[in-house]
Ligand binder design. Structure first.
Ligand SMILES: Cc1cc2nc3c(=O)[nH]c(=O)nc-3n(C[C@H](O)[C@H](O)[C@H](O)COP(=O)(O)O)c2cc1C
Length: 182
């Protein structure tokens, strides 16, 4: 199963990147997760959308060819970071490669609510007509990793109860992706 990951933080020591690297390694027998390079994308510009640069074309192709996507979002000022919104805006236009694409959301914050507000915004964005991703339903599947400082070691998520919860979500996501293939 080919999965493309979007990580909404572009800092080197990002907890969200660390979470995605943890998923990449932990589930490597089940899925191949490739992290898309969204920080090199230009700002979305409608003047360029029919003839975007090579980075945008490559990014859209990667998404089009994936069986599904996983988005790791931090929470910036109660919403998703601009770099992630920019990537989604590119995907929402012209060939609309995210439509019906299975998607799963995870997020890490250093605070109490573990990106809840950002994830609610993200679900709303992904439901918009140009995106229309087939997002794994939230009930029982909300990966809200809070108090990041206590749950990561050496660049990996190590909190056992969080990892075992994510094991279940990943199983349900695999089923969700496969349903769409039938
Ligand atoms: C610009 C900015 C805004 C932030 N806003 C919030 C917020 O609204 N809610 C929250 O829980 N944490 C907020 N934080 C703290 C982030 O949860 C924390 O920096 C987290 O580590 C960012 O994710 P990363 O480690 O993947 O970069 C904010 C951080 C930054 C830099």
């Amino acid at each position: 199963m080919k999965i493309v990951a979007l990580v909404g933080s572009i800092r080197d020591e990002s907890y969200n990147l660390a979470l995605m690297k943890t998923l990449q390694k932990r589930y490597r027998e089940k899925m191949e997760i490739t992290i898309a390079n969204i920080k090199e994308l230009p700002f979305y510009n409608e003047d360029m959308e029919n003839n975007p640069n090579e980075m945008v074309q490559q990014f859209k192709k990667e998404i089009a060819e994936a069986d599904g996507i996983i988005i790791a979002t931090p929470e910036y000022n109660w919403s998703i970071p601009g770099v992630l919104k920019n990537a989604l805006d590119w995907l929402s236009r012209v060939d609309k490669v995210l439509q019906k694409k299975p998607a799963m959301i995870v997020g890490v914050s250093t605070g109490q609510v573990g990106t809840l507000r950002a994830q609610l915004h993200l679900r709303q964005i992904l439901a918009s007509p140009g995106l229309s991703a087939r997002v794994l339903p939230p009930a029982g599947n909300e990966v809200l990793v809070n108090h990041a400082g206590a749950k990561f070691e050496n660049g990996m998520l190590t909190d056992e109860s969080t990892l075992s919860f994510i094991d279940g979500v990943i199983e349900r996501f695999i089923t969700w992706v496969n349903i769409g293939k039938k």
